[in-house]
Design a protein around this ligand. Structure first.
Ligand code: B4P
Length: 190
């Protein structure tokens, strides 16, 4: 099984690159951001809980996203592998993911980290906010909060995966195609 964590700050290109990678490697895409937005659109109780948190640019509680991911893994027993996009975002989430995959004897092969500076992140997200309808992309203060949450709670995962010798850095600046080629180069060398 090819299980990959696609990692990076908000706006690094995780969603963009996931779409291409899953097509090439026939993987199942698990994006906690996408799952949460579907819950919000469907007006579920989980969606109602997540909506205001996401609109503030904060992280949804660990127990909520861990439960969501577990359900999706269980629902795809025949998958050739998973791309985890936007998950894990905290050490508790990373440890829970390791436990879930240990049960299947299919650990994470690599964490591919897209490196993009804060100015470029802000530019990309504000641009997307003009037509995406995502409230968390429309406001520079909310974007700054998301970047702060990333630096405080998510960036420490780099060391978590370095300790397991799974961290791989990829330059996230360039054309979508160039970055895709770099990611494929790393995956093909695993
Ligand atoms: P996400 O949906 O994961 O959103 P994101 O981190 O902001 O990144 P996204 O994947 O959307 O952007 P991308 O880099 O593809 O999370 C949203 C919220 O959900 C979080 O803030 C949090 O509240 C909650 N949440 C989700 N997962 C959670 C978890 N595990 N725990 C707790 N809370 C969680 O792309 C951004 C833009 O850049 C796009 O417009 C794209 O077109 C553009 N772009 C991409 N590549 C480019 C390139 N090479 N050049 C120029 N532009 C590019």
């Amino acid at each position: 099984m090819l299980n990959i964590v696609l990692f990076g700050p908000p706006g690094a290109g995780k969603g963009t690159q996931s779409a291409r990678l899953l097509e090439k490697y026939h993987l199942v895409h698990l994006s906690t951001g996408d799952i949460l937005r579907v819950e919000i659109a469907n007006g579920t109780s989980l969606g109602l809980e997540a909506k205001s948190i996401m609109e503030r640019g904060e992280l949804v509680p660990d127990a909520v996203v861990i439960g969501m991911i577990k359900n999706k893994i269980d629902a795809n027993p025949a998958a050739a592998g998973f791309i985890f996009d936007g998950f894990p975002r905290t050490k508790a989430q990373a440890a829970a993911l390791d436990d879930m995959l240990a049960e299947k004897s299919a650990p994470i092969k690599a964490m591919l980290a897209l490196e993009v500076n804060d100015d470029e992140l802000m530019k990309r997200l504000l641009l997307r906010g003009k037509d995406s309808g995502r409230p968390d992309d429309a406001n520079p203060e909310v974007i700054s909060r998301r970047i702060l949450e990333y630096n405080n709670k998510t960036a420490p995962l780099i060391d978590y995966y370095k300790d397991q010798d799974k961290f791989r850095s990829v330059d996230g600046i360039g054309t979508v195609e160039e970055i895709f080629e770099s990611l494929c180069g790393v995956i093909d060398g695993l």
